[in-house]
Design a protein. Structure first.
Length: 143
């Protein structure tokens, strides 16, 4: 979701749908409910819509097939570019330039620069240097 995105708002008591747009998305989730506050603005001026009416909003999102994500902690940002550290079969580190896409609180979409199945360092990335040999735990995570 992003501001400016179109939405369809159904008002139950009127039995109709109205077009609108997202005008605000809270930057933080509610700690108890894990939900975000989203504010919508309806397009046009409808005098039949009154304060307190109950509505449902429908947001159409794009679901991508075969999307590659890494942990947010795996991304190193340097000079406005994003990098990840991959770990080869010899446990040697390689710094790789990547292009990122969508982000969540925990993960980042990788558009280019990384292939499915490659091992990526997710911790201590500030200490890593290309060609460094690292220890990897049994789950494939860098120690």
């Amino acid at each position: 979701m992003r501001t400016g995105m179109p939405v369809q708002v159904a008002i139950d008591s009127l039995g109709r749908e109205y077009p609108g747009t997202i005008i605000y998305i809270s930057p933080a989730s509610d700690a108890k409910t894990q939900t975000f506050t989203v504010r919508l603005a309806l397009t046009g001026d409808e005098p039949v819509i009154k304060s307190g009416m109950f509505a449902h909003a429908s947001i159409t999102g794009l679901l991508k097939q075969q999307t590659l994500f890494v942990a947010k902690t795996a991304i190193l940002e340097k000079n406005a570019k994003q990098y990840v550290f991959t770990i080869n079969d010899n446990n040697q580190v390689e710094q790789r330039l990547v292009t990122t896409g969508q982000r969540s609180d925990e993960a980042v979409e990788i558009l280019t620069g990384l292939s499915d199945g490659e091992r990526v360092a997710v911790s201590n990335i500030a200490r890593l240097k290309p060609e460094m040999v690292v220890e990897v735990d049994g789950k494939g995570k860098q120690l």
